[in-house]
Design a binder for this molecule. Structure first.
Ligand SMILES: [Zn+2]
Length: 310
Protein backbone atom coordinates (compact mmCIF):
# COMPACT_ATOMS: atom_id res chain seq x y z
CA UNK A 1 0.00 0.00 0.00
CA UNK A 2 1.63 3.27 -1.09
CA UNK A 3 1.41 6.52 0.83
CA UNK A 4 1.43 10.13 -0.37
CA UNK A 5 5.01 11.39 -0.25
CA UNK A 6 7.02 14.54 -0.70
CA UNK A 7 10.43 13.81 -2.23
CA UNK A 8 13.49 15.81 -1.21
CA UNK A 9 16.26 16.50 -3.70
CA UNK A 10 19.09 19.07 -3.64
CA UNK A 11 21.18 18.84 -6.82
CA UNK A 12 20.83 17.15 -10.20
CA UNK A 13 24.46 16.67 -11.17
CA UNK A 14 27.26 14.18 -11.70
CA UNK A 15 29.65 14.96 -8.88
CA UNK A 16 32.13 12.19 -7.99
CA UNK A 17 32.90 13.78 -4.62
CA UNK A 18 29.40 14.65 -3.37
CA UNK A 19 30.46 14.30 0.26
CA UNK A 20 27.05 15.31 1.62
CA UNK A 21 25.05 13.01 -0.66
CA UNK A 22 23.17 15.91 -2.26
CA UNK A 23 23.46 14.87 -5.92
CA UNK A 24 21.32 12.67 -8.11
CA UNK A 25 22.78 12.19 -11.60
CA UNK A 26 20.73 13.62 -14.50
CA UNK A 27 20.42 10.12 -16.04
CA UNK A 28 19.03 8.64 -12.84
CA UNK A 29 16.77 11.62 -12.22
CA UNK A 30 15.32 11.16 -15.71
CA UNK A 31 14.65 7.47 -14.96
CA UNK A 32 13.02 8.40 -11.66
CA UNK A 33 10.72 10.90 -13.38
CA UNK A 34 9.61 8.30 -15.93
CA UNK A 35 8.89 5.87 -13.09
CA UNK A 36 6.98 8.50 -11.09
CA UNK A 37 4.89 9.35 -14.15
CA UNK A 38 4.05 5.67 -14.55
CA UNK A 39 3.41 4.64 -10.95
CA UNK A 40 2.46 7.81 -9.08
CA UNK A 41 0.25 10.86 -9.30
CA UNK A 42 2.58 13.90 -9.36
CA UNK A 43 1.10 17.13 -7.99
CA UNK A 44 2.36 20.66 -7.35
CA UNK A 45 3.19 20.89 -3.64
CA UNK A 46 0.52 23.55 -3.00
CA UNK A 47 -2.18 21.36 -4.51
CA UNK A 48 -0.78 18.34 -2.66
CA UNK A 49 -1.12 20.14 0.70
CA UNK A 50 -4.60 21.48 -0.14
CA UNK A 51 -5.83 17.98 -0.98
CA UNK A 52 -4.15 16.74 2.18
CA UNK A 53 -6.18 19.19 4.28
CA UNK A 54 -9.37 18.41 2.37
CA UNK A 55 -8.81 14.69 2.87
CA UNK A 56 -8.88 14.06 -0.89
CA UNK A 57 -5.18 13.26 -1.40
CA UNK A 58 -4.74 9.95 -3.19
CA UNK A 59 -2.36 7.40 -1.68
CA UNK A 60 -0.17 7.47 -4.80
CA UNK A 61 0.27 11.27 -4.77
CA UNK A 62 3.81 12.61 -4.96
CA UNK A 63 5.30 16.11 -4.83
CA UNK A 64 8.93 16.93 -5.66
CA UNK A 65 11.05 19.44 -3.76
CA UNK A 66 14.61 20.74 -4.10
CA UNK A 67 16.43 22.49 -1.25
CA UNK A 68 18.89 25.42 -1.28
CA UNK A 69 18.56 26.82 -4.83
CA UNK A 70 21.46 25.26 -6.74
CA UNK A 71 21.94 26.45 -10.33
CA UNK A 72 21.63 22.88 -11.62
CA UNK A 73 17.96 22.95 -10.56
CA UNK A 74 17.55 25.38 -13.44
CA UNK A 75 20.10 24.02 -15.92
CA UNK A 76 19.64 20.25 -15.39
CA UNK A 77 16.43 19.56 -13.46
CA UNK A 78 14.06 21.98 -15.19
CA UNK A 79 14.47 20.53 -18.73
CA UNK A 80 13.89 16.99 -17.39
CA UNK A 81 10.89 18.05 -15.28
CA UNK A 82 9.46 19.83 -18.33
CA UNK A 83 9.95 16.80 -20.58
CA UNK A 84 8.20 14.56 -18.03
CA UNK A 85 5.62 17.27 -17.21
CA UNK A 86 6.20 16.82 -13.47
CA UNK A 87 5.85 19.83 -11.16
CA UNK A 88 8.32 20.68 -8.38
CA UNK A 89 9.03 23.26 -5.69
CA UNK A 90 12.51 24.74 -5.20
CA UNK A 91 13.31 26.10 -1.73
CA UNK A 92 15.71 29.01 -2.15
CA UNK A 93 18.12 30.35 0.49
CA UNK A 94 17.82 33.91 -0.77
CA UNK A 95 21.10 35.28 0.61
CA UNK A 96 23.02 33.06 -1.81
CA UNK A 97 21.08 34.01 -4.96
CA UNK A 98 23.30 35.67 -7.56
CA UNK A 99 26.44 35.35 -5.47
CA UNK A 100 29.46 34.24 -7.44
CA UNK A 101 30.59 31.83 -4.74
CA UNK A 102 29.60 28.35 -3.70
CA UNK A 103 27.51 27.39 -0.71
CA UNK A 104 29.87 27.37 2.28
CA UNK A 105 29.38 23.64 2.99
CA UNK A 106 30.55 22.77 -0.54
CA UNK A 107 33.57 25.05 -0.31
CA UNK A 108 34.40 23.50 3.06
CA UNK A 109 34.55 20.03 1.45
CA UNK A 110 36.95 21.27 -1.23
CA UNK A 111 39.15 23.00 1.34
CA UNK A 112 39.36 20.25 3.94
CA UNK A 113 39.35 17.12 1.78
CA UNK A 114 41.47 18.40 -1.08
CA UNK A 115 43.25 21.52 0.18
CA UNK A 116 47.02 21.70 0.32
CA UNK A 117 48.62 23.13 3.41
CA UNK A 118 50.41 22.32 6.64
CA UNK A 119 49.99 18.83 8.10
CA UNK A 120 48.99 20.45 11.36
CA UNK A 121 47.09 23.68 11.87
CA UNK A 122 45.11 25.58 14.46
CA UNK A 123 41.79 27.21 13.71
CA UNK A 124 39.88 29.53 16.01
CA UNK A 125 36.15 29.03 15.48
CA UNK A 126 34.11 31.74 17.19
CA UNK A 127 37.00 32.29 19.63
CA UNK A 128 37.47 28.62 20.49
CA UNK A 129 40.79 27.24 19.24
CA UNK A 130 40.71 23.83 17.57
CA UNK A 131 43.70 21.95 16.21
CA UNK A 132 43.76 19.58 13.28
CA UNK A 133 46.13 17.06 11.75
CA UNK A 134 45.61 16.61 8.05
CA UNK A 135 48.52 14.26 7.48
CA UNK A 136 47.25 12.03 4.73
CA UNK A 137 47.06 8.37 5.59
CA UNK A 138 46.35 7.75 1.90
CA UNK A 139 43.22 5.72 2.46
CA UNK A 140 41.60 5.23 -0.90
CA UNK A 141 37.93 5.88 -1.14
CA UNK A 142 36.76 3.23 -3.60
CA UNK A 143 33.38 4.77 -4.14
CA UNK A 144 34.67 8.06 -5.42
CA UNK A 145 38.09 6.97 -6.72
CA UNK A 146 39.52 9.87 -4.77
CA UNK A 147 42.26 9.45 -2.24
CA UNK A 148 40.97 11.02 0.92
CA UNK A 149 42.32 10.37 4.34
CA UNK A 150 40.11 9.49 7.27
CA UNK A 151 41.74 12.26 9.31
CA UNK A 152 40.52 14.79 6.76
CA UNK A 153 36.99 13.41 6.83
CA UNK A 154 36.98 13.60 10.62
CA UNK A 155 38.25 17.18 10.51
CA UNK A 156 35.61 18.08 7.91
CA UNK A 157 32.76 16.74 10.00
CA UNK A 158 34.05 18.48 13.15
CA UNK A 159 34.44 21.85 11.44
CA UNK A 160 31.10 21.51 9.61
CA UNK A 161 29.22 20.82 12.84
CA UNK A 162 30.76 23.93 14.41
CA UNK A 163 30.28 26.20 11.39
CA UNK A 164 26.65 25.37 10.75
CA UNK A 165 25.72 26.70 14.19
CA UNK A 166 27.56 30.03 13.79
CA UNK A 167 26.05 33.25 12.60
CA UNK A 168 27.03 34.44 9.15
CA UNK A 169 29.77 36.85 10.26
CA UNK A 170 31.50 34.33 12.50
CA UNK A 171 31.27 31.67 9.81
CA UNK A 172 32.63 34.01 7.14
CA UNK A 173 35.58 34.81 9.42
CA UNK A 174 36.31 31.11 9.98
CA UNK A 175 36.06 30.37 6.24
CA UNK A 176 38.46 33.27 5.50
CA UNK A 177 40.95 31.84 7.96
CA UNK A 178 40.63 28.39 6.39
CA UNK A 179 41.24 29.84 2.92
CA UNK A 180 44.44 31.42 4.23
CA UNK A 181 45.65 28.05 5.58
CA UNK A 182 44.59 25.65 2.82
CA UNK A 183 45.02 26.15 -0.90
CA UNK A 184 42.75 24.42 -3.41
CA UNK A 185 42.85 23.97 -7.15
CA UNK A 186 39.53 24.71 -8.82
CA UNK A 187 36.29 25.31 -7.03
CA UNK A 188 33.26 23.28 -6.00
CA UNK A 189 30.87 22.46 -8.81
CA UNK A 190 27.66 23.49 -7.09
CA UNK A 191 26.69 27.14 -7.47
CA UNK A 192 23.57 29.02 -6.36
CA UNK A 193 21.13 30.24 -9.00
CA UNK A 194 21.27 33.80 -10.25
CA UNK A 195 18.21 36.01 -9.72
CA UNK A 196 17.41 35.64 -13.41
CA UNK A 197 17.56 31.85 -13.18
CA UNK A 198 15.14 31.89 -10.23
CA UNK A 199 12.77 34.08 -12.25
CA UNK A 200 12.99 31.87 -15.32
CA UNK A 201 12.63 28.73 -13.23
CA UNK A 202 9.30 29.93 -11.89
CA UNK A 203 8.12 31.64 -15.07
CA UNK A 204 7.19 28.40 -16.83
CA UNK A 205 4.59 27.59 -14.19
CA UNK A 206 5.74 24.00 -13.66
CA UNK A 207 8.19 24.86 -10.88
CA UNK A 208 7.24 27.01 -7.91
CA UNK A 209 9.62 28.72 -5.52
CA UNK A 210 9.55 28.30 -1.76
CA UNK A 211 11.56 30.09 0.92
CA UNK A 212 14.50 28.53 2.79
CA UNK A 213 15.64 31.53 4.91
CA UNK A 214 18.28 34.11 3.93
CA UNK A 215 21.56 32.72 5.30
CA UNK A 216 20.56 29.06 5.88
CA UNK A 217 21.01 29.12 9.69
CA UNK A 218 19.95 26.59 12.32
CA UNK A 219 16.72 28.45 13.13
CA UNK A 220 16.35 26.86 16.56
CA UNK A 221 19.66 28.50 17.63
CA UNK A 222 18.43 32.01 16.85
CA UNK A 223 16.58 34.42 19.11
CA UNK A 224 12.97 35.06 18.00
CA UNK A 225 13.77 38.39 16.35
CA UNK A 226 16.60 37.00 14.23
CA UNK A 227 14.52 33.93 13.37
CA UNK A 228 11.61 36.11 12.26
CA UNK A 229 13.95 38.14 10.07
CA UNK A 230 15.41 35.05 8.35
CA UNK A 231 11.92 33.67 7.66
CA UNK A 232 10.17 36.89 6.61
CA UNK A 233 13.01 38.40 4.58
CA UNK A 234 13.42 35.21 2.54
CA UNK A 235 9.68 35.20 1.80
CA UNK A 236 9.78 38.81 0.61
CA UNK A 237 12.81 38.25 -1.63
CA UNK A 238 11.28 35.12 -3.17
CA UNK A 239 8.03 36.97 -3.82
CA UNK A 240 9.87 39.91 -5.38
CA UNK A 241 11.78 37.50 -7.64
CA UNK A 242 8.83 35.47 -8.90
CA UNK A 243 6.06 38.08 -8.63
CA UNK A 244 3.58 35.85 -6.80
CA UNK A 245 2.91 35.04 -3.16
CA UNK A 246 5.06 32.27 -1.71
CA UNK A 247 3.27 29.67 0.44
CA UNK A 248 6.00 27.07 0.97
CA UNK A 249 8.86 27.02 3.46
CA UNK A 250 11.56 24.46 4.30
CA UNK A 251 13.65 24.50 7.50
CA UNK A 252 17.44 24.67 6.89
CA UNK A 253 19.12 21.43 8.06
CA UNK A 254 15.58 20.29 8.92
CA UNK A 255 15.96 21.97 12.34
CA UNK A 256 12.74 23.30 13.86
CA UNK A 257 10.75 23.40 17.09
CA UNK A 258 7.34 24.69 18.18
CA UNK A 259 8.60 28.28 18.36
CA UNK A 260 10.18 28.29 14.90
CA UNK A 261 7.17 26.71 13.21
CA UNK A 262 4.95 29.32 14.89
CA UNK A 263 7.16 32.06 13.43
CA UNK A 264 6.88 30.45 9.99
CA UNK A 265 3.08 30.26 10.31
CA UNK A 266 2.85 33.89 11.45
CA UNK A 267 5.00 35.01 8.51
CA UNK A 268 2.16 33.94 6.23
CA UNK A 269 3.36 30.60 4.92
CA UNK A 270 0.73 27.90 4.35
CA UNK A 271 2.99 24.96 5.24
CA UNK A 272 6.58 23.95 5.95
CA UNK A 273 8.71 20.92 5.07
CA UNK A 274 11.10 19.19 7.44
CA UNK A 275 13.74 16.54 6.67
CA UNK A 276 12.02 13.89 8.80
CA UNK A 277 11.47 10.78 6.76
CA UNK A 278 7.96 9.57 6.19
CA UNK A 279 4.78 9.57 4.15
CA UNK A 280 2.15 12.24 4.63
CA UNK A 281 -0.93 11.76 6.73
CA UNK A 282 -3.99 14.10 6.75
CA UNK A 283 -3.70 14.61 10.51
CA UNK A 284 -0.14 15.92 10.25
CA UNK A 285 0.78 19.41 11.36
CA UNK A 286 1.11 21.46 8.15
CA UNK A 287 4.29 23.03 9.52
CA UNK A 288 6.01 19.69 10.15
CA UNK A 289 5.61 17.92 6.81
CA UNK A 290 7.88 14.88 6.47
CA UNK A 291 9.73 14.13 3.26
CA UNK A 292 11.61 11.28 1.63
CA UNK A 293 15.26 11.97 0.80
CA UNK A 294 16.33 10.65 -2.60
CA UNK A 295 19.96 9.50 -2.85
CA UNK A 296 21.82 8.83 -6.10
CA UNK A 297 20.50 5.28 -6.51
CA UNK A 298 19.41 3.19 -9.47
CA UNK A 299 15.77 2.72 -10.36
CA UNK A 300 15.28 -0.56 -8.47
CA UNK A 301 16.51 0.91 -5.20
CA UNK A 302 14.54 4.12 -5.79
CA UNK A 303 11.26 2.24 -6.31
CA UNK A 304 11.89 -0.01 -3.31
CA UNK A 305 12.60 3.01 -1.10
CA UNK A 306 9.31 4.59 -2.16
CA UNK A 307 7.37 1.42 -1.46
CA UNK A 308 8.75 1.11 2.04
CA UNK A 309 7.90 4.56 3.33
CA UNK A 310 5.91 4.34 6.54
ZN1 LIG B 1 19.08 23.59 2.88
Amino acid sequence: MSRPIILMYHRIADDPIDHWGLCVSPARFEEQLVALRRTRHPLPLLQFTRQMVAGTLSSDAVALTFDDGYADNFTAALPLLTAADIPATVFVATGYVGRDEPFWWDELVTLILFGEGPAHFELAIAGTPMSFDLDTDGREDRQTQYVVSQTRRTALDLIYQRLRRLDKDQRTAAMCELRSILITQGSPAGRPMTADQVRQLAAGGLVSVGAHTVTHPVLTDLDPLACRHEVTASKLVCEALVGTSVAAFAYPFGEFNAATSEIVRNAGFAFACTTRRGGVDPVFNMFELPRVYVPNVDLDVFERRLQHVS
